[in-house]
Design a protein. Sequence first.
Length: 130
Amino acid sequence: METSLVKSNNSENNVLSKEKLYSLDMVEAVSGGNKEFIKKMVLLFIETIPKDVKQLSNSCASKDWAQVAKTAHKLKSTIDSMAIKSIKEVVRTIESNAKNQTSLEQVPALCDKITAVINECVVQLSAEIM
């Protein structure tokens, strides 16, 4: 399995604690205890979410605010279902600011935070399912 992580532009975000940044509680509840289903959902996250985060990062860099808002909206449900609390409000702020064209100077740093946290979640989840 090859996973490409998105580079964060903000070095502060690269220093993340090693505590678990997510929870599989919702996935486990939906699965009815089916371990294969849980593994499949985790693998789906690992395979798809970095592409969305890369799109968010690229759209932010090119100041395509409509695409930033659209991608942040798409990421919300995944962040919520994986209970990634540290960026739950961040992704909502990105979506709102980009959509409403307000406080756009804050958006790049917020996108970097999303990138750093998601990258660490991918690393942690990869280690957990192996």
